[in-house]
Design a protein around this ligand. Structure first.
Ligand code: HEC
Length: 732
């Protein structure tokens, strides 16, 4: 018996090394794009690349690029990257100046959900002015978000899993095994799980079209692969249980429990492998392991408690001893769960204020309230009732009754938490909210009078990119305004002006749609009013246009409410942290372990502590190579190169980084965090690293990647410019 506890503790400890908060649901949504959302490009890109939040199922994910006339401008098939499974892209024809709409659809490899979306970018005219044309609205008739039923099925499925695992555990822990009492619970939860898995398979097929896609769902996606494994595990478990129910004598309890334990693990693994913890790009193994750990600890605690209550019904005399054993196991899982949940919550909540605004936030608050109740019930049981029950050796009937009732309350609260958490994973968390759909809106209405005419101009949404200008003209009826032209001038005389005719829409109103605000900053919109009499008027409106560019949804990378240093932490960092924590705990607890379990376990803890240290060191130093660290700069640091870089910097980078590189450009404050000050940072980073950042961008910060827009040479020129200007030690 104590061996079993030791093994469980060890397993929990080892798994805890991989502890990583599961990222709540995001499906395969757009994280960032290249060219970026609402970008204004000076040249046609050759490739449009989208970075989604989850791995993509290639057969059902695609990108199209459409011009203002809804003609496709992409060529060839959607391409996928072997290195980056969340990336897809498509080559495009040379794009004339104009506004282009990128339409994407995805089937997540991870959760099997489909999603669609679109965004706009424009290619500027030769002279840098905004092009004519407009983005187009696409009717995306693919079923989008998961329905509420999905969340309910998921919740029930998780509760079933937790109860099943708990039943197997208690069947194992107690002597003699209470298996016969637990068999109905096992059979019931298994039946629920089979129904839920059938629902998931069929719903997946329907989401793709019709039931005929069942084969695609099961055999043609990563999600399906795991769904298949879950099917196998459930069917085998059902066969084993049926055999036991039909031939009670010939199926030995120990054997059955062993088999069910393995199958329950497979069930658990196949569930975790499609969790959103598994969705995080290259770190999916960690995410999966974390999710599995999380789930198994919940199962040990809540599922175990439920079965314990059932098992003790028939055998009150073993209560004191059984509860003692169980609370050892539960005590090992609760703190780890608590820490993991806390970390996970901090990461998911970008700001506390926004909590009440979203469904996710509300459900989260419910979860916290129920959790508090759960922890108080657990604490009452562990610290008040159990010791007193043990002291009275189970003889105090009144106390025993209260204890039993409180254990039931603890179990029920635990199940509620599981259900609420499952619902939570089906809602987009604030940290993963989809930015490109929630466009900002800075609509302005300005009214000007010229002679006998009053015009008011509404500009909506008054952001870089696609806008609608609506002019309402009030003129004497004997000399009406017949035509209205708009002329767009940018603060910087080098851009524009461009003049466009509007369309009369009746009632003295004129309208124009298009992406004429190509850059953030101050724009002057001149209205040229053509009148019947020929005495044309000009009225001007100035407006300050912001970027509609939104932060990447990888808010998780930004650290959440308390801005933990996680921004800079990657999988390796988190893994190392936990290796150290677990190793440290093992080290500190050696004397206790020796007293309780003997010298061999204490020696094991020693080895564990040393291993933890080694793992941490390896993770922090060995496996982590900063991208670009080993790249040599092929472009010499010459005055020529610096000059080219300087021009590129002025054209592309000043908007965020500011003219002096201080990180105070006009766009800086619309970003998740303003850019770093180059004067401080550049000296610390080798050329290759700067190049890698400029090429691929910095995930989660708003620093875009420039690889299709700027050539290799240009990006190295930029590195040289940065080096020459911001690194006092640089020599030309
Ligand atoms: C949309 C805004 C934006 C634009 C445009 C932009 N950057 Fe950035 N850049 C950022 C942000 C935000 C960061 C993140 C700063 C941080 O990590 O502290 C960043 C970081 C960087 C860094 C790393 C700085 C460091 O040491 O941490 C480099 C180098 C850089 N940018 C170069 C460029 C170059 C070159 C261009 C033009 C081709 C450019 N950036 C254009 C927003 C932008």
């Amino acid at each position: 018996m104590t061996r079993a506890v030791a093994v469980l503790l060890a397993v929990a400890a080892v798994l805890a090394v991989w502890l990583w908060p599961q990222s709540a649901d995001a499906h395969a949504l757009l994280a960032r794009a290249d060219p970026p959302v609402n970008a204004s490009l000076r040249e046609s890109p050759t490739l449009v690349t989208l970075f989604m939040t989850e791995q993509l199922q290639r057969t059902h994910s695609s990108v199209q690029v459409l011009d203002s006339a809804a003609q496709r401008r992409d060529i060839g098939e959607t391409e996928f990257s072997d290195e980056v499974p969340t990336q897809m892209g498509v080559r495009v024809l040379k794009l004339e100046p104009g506004v282009y709409t990128v339409v994407w659809e995805t089937l997540s490899e991870v959760d099997g959900h489909t999603w669609t979306g679109s965004y706009v970018f424009s290619v500027l005219n030769q002279d840098g002015s905004a092009p004519s044309g407009s983005g187009i609205a696409i009717d995306l008739d693919r079923p989008g978000p998961p329905v509420a039923a999905d969340a309910v099925v998921k919740a029930i499925g998780l509760a079933a899993l937790v109860l099943f695992v708990g039943a197997v555990l208690i069947g194992w822990l107690l002597r003699p095994s209470p298996l016969p009492t637990l068999l109905p619970l096992m059979a019931g939860t298994l039946a629920i799980a089979i129904a839920g898995t059938a629902y998931e398979s069929i719903a997946g097929a329907l989401r793709l079209g019709d039931i005929g896609f069942l084969g695609d769902v099961l055999f043609d996606s990563r999600n399906g692969l795991w769904l298949q494994q879950r099917w196998y595990a459930l069917i085998l478990a059902a066969l084993a249980l049926s055999a036991r129910l039909i031939w009670p004598r010939s199926v030995d309890s120990r054997m059955l429990l062993r088999l069910l334990a393995v199958l329950a693990l497979a069930w658990l693994a196949s569930t975790s492998a499609v969790s959103h913890g598994a969705a995080i790009g290259s770190g999916w193994i960690w995410g999966t392991l974390f999710d599995a750990l999380h789930l198994s600890l919940v199962a040990v605690w809540i599922g175990g408690l439920a079965s314990l209550i059932l098992a003790l019904k028939d055998r009150p005399e073993v209560r004191v001893e059984a509860v003692r054993r169980f609370s050892l196991v539960a005590a090992a899982s609760v703190p780890v769960l608590f820490a993991a949940g806390l970390l996970s919550a901090l990461i998911q909540i970008p700001d506390v204020g926004g909590l009440v605004d979203t469904d996710w936030g509300l459900v989260f608050i419910v979860k916290v309230v129920v959790l508090l109740a759960l922890f108080s019930a657990a604490a009452t049981n562990a610290f008040l009732l159990r010791p007193r029950d043990a002291d009275s050796d189970g003889q105090d009937e009144d106390l025993a009754r209260r204890f039993r009732r409180m254990m039931r309350i603890e179990t029920a609260l635990g199940l509620v938490v599981i259900v609420v958490s499952a619902v939570l994973t089906q809602l987009p968390s604030p940290a993963s909210a989809q930015p490109e759909i929630e466009q900002k809106d800075n609509t302005v209405v300005e009214t000007v009078a010229r002679g006998d005419v009053v015009v008011s101009l509404e500009i909506s949404p008054n952001l870089v990119g696609f806008n609608t200008w609506t002019a309402t003209v009030d003129a004497p009826s004997d000399n009406p305004v017949e035509d209205l032209l708009l002329r767009f001038r940018y603060q910087d005389a080098a851009v524009g002006p461009v003049t466009v005719n509007t369309t009369p829409i009746g009632d003295g109103r004129f309208q124009l749609e298009g992406a004429y605000f190509g850059l953030p900053g101050d724009w002057t919109v001149e209205m040229e009013l053509r009148r019947a009499s020929g005495d044309d008027l000009v009225a001007a409106v100035r407006t300050s246009v912001e970027s509609g560019y939104q932060a990447s949804p990888f808010a998780a990378d930004r650290g959440g409410a308390l801005a933990l240093p996680l921004t800079q932490m990657d999988w390796n960092g988190v893994g190392a942290l936990w290796a150290l924590i677990v190793g440290g705990l093992a080290w500190i607890n050696r004397p206790n372990l020796r007293d309780r379990f003997g010298p061999r376990v204490a020696d094991g803890a020693f080895v564990g502590a040393v291993l933890g240290l080694i793992v941490a060191v390896v993770l922090l130093t060995g496996l982590h190579v900063e991208p670009g660290r080993t790249l040599a700069n092929p472009v010499a640091l010459t005055a020529d190169s610096v000059e080219r870089g300087s021009a590129l910097f002025a054209a592309n980078c000043v908007s965020c980084h500011g003219g002096t590189g201080a990180g105070d450009g006009p766009l800086a404050y619309s970003l998740p965090a303003p850019p770093a000050n180059f004067t401080i940072h550049v000296p610390f980073h080798p050329d290759g690293v700067l190049y890698a950042w400029i090429t691929d961008g910095i995930r989660g910060t708003g620093m875009p990647g420039w690889s299709p827009q700027l050539s290799d040479q240009e990006r190295w020129d930029l590195v040289n410019y940065l080096r020459a200007n911001f690194d006092p030690l640089a020599t030309q």
